[in-house]
Design a binder for this molecule. Sequence first.
Ligand SMILES: NC(=O)c1ccc[n+]([C@@H]2O[C@H](COP(=O)([O-])OP(=O)(O)OC[C@H]3O[C@@H](n4cnc5c(N)ncnc54)[C@H](OP(=O)(O)O)[C@@H]3O)[C@@H](O)[C@H]2O)c1
Length: 292
Amino acid sequence: MHILITGGTGFIGSAAVASFLEQGYSITILSRTAHPDQVGVRFITDIDAIDSDTVIDAIVNLAGASMAGKRWSVAYKKELLASRLDTTRALASLCERLSTKPGVLLSGSAIGFYGPHKDERLEESAAAIDSFSSELCRLWEDEASQMQRYGLRVCLLRLGVVLANKGGALEQMAQPFKFGVANWIGTGQQWLSWVHRDDVVAALNFLLLQQRASGAFNVTAPNPVTARDFCAALKRRYRTFITVPLPGFFMRLVVGEMADELLIAGQRVIPAALQQAGFEFEYPKLADALAA
Ligand SMILES: NC(=O)c1ccc[n+]([C@@H]2O[C@H](COP(=O)([O-])OP(=O)(O)OC[C@H]3O[C@@H](n4cnc5c(N)ncnc54)[C@H](OP(=O)(O)O)[C@@H]3O)[C@@H](O)[C@H]2O)c1
């Protein structure tokens, strides 16, 4: 199988590429930076480097500026949007000109699609509450869905907070615990829908091959936890001396609007579509994921 991937140099994409290579797939990575090719991997910095008679079986679309990278100024919000929408549009124009169309597009999105929610369990059909993240995810999903017109099977990956032993959100969240201080943000009652990165990669592999799978998929473990419970699980892994909850207003002061959407509020998301399709999580429980 030949897979074209955007964001293939990132936290999730690099793990996906490693898994695809293990299976003998050949990979093309679209990156903003030139990299030397590796065995099985061709790097390109311009989508026009792909000839129209190239056969691409699948596209994995993960590129996007980091949601937690900077304060959400007007300029950075534009970059968050453009980095995703422009890349997805470039993929659509590639599909338009390819003489053999790819079979499937697995395109990124996030549980931010649903906006800030309280305790209700959110399956894929749940209504979105207005917020910048939900608007961004909706536009990103809409752009990706356009590629159905070229006959691609489109799967939209509503990713939760992806955890791995290095990098990603956990590295930052675990930092104070390593210094003996446990914390949560705000009331701690907000839900945190996490997923082990190995399960994200397994879900990508699963959806690549499930010929009948299409539409939105929550890519979150089946057992989300509250921020307080997440804190308790981390406390069991690190020797913490004190617990110092961080007030929501303080985080709002430090990181601005992003705090309201990513830190103080949350979503209790259930991977209903993946489970209905027969996907089994290797790490359904947080304690096992953290132990790994
Ligand atoms: N990690 C999570 O917990 C999580 C949760 C929900 C959703 N997601 C979404 O899943 C996708 C992958 O996540 P990740 O954690 O692997 O992200 P990441 O490590 O930040 O990687 C994203 C990739 O996107 C490309 N990129 C960065 N800024 C860009 C820009 N301004 N314009 C175009 N491309 C840009 C980069 O590739 P090059 O440098 O090679 O161009 C980078 O490797 C992201 O879109 C993210 O929003 C992630």
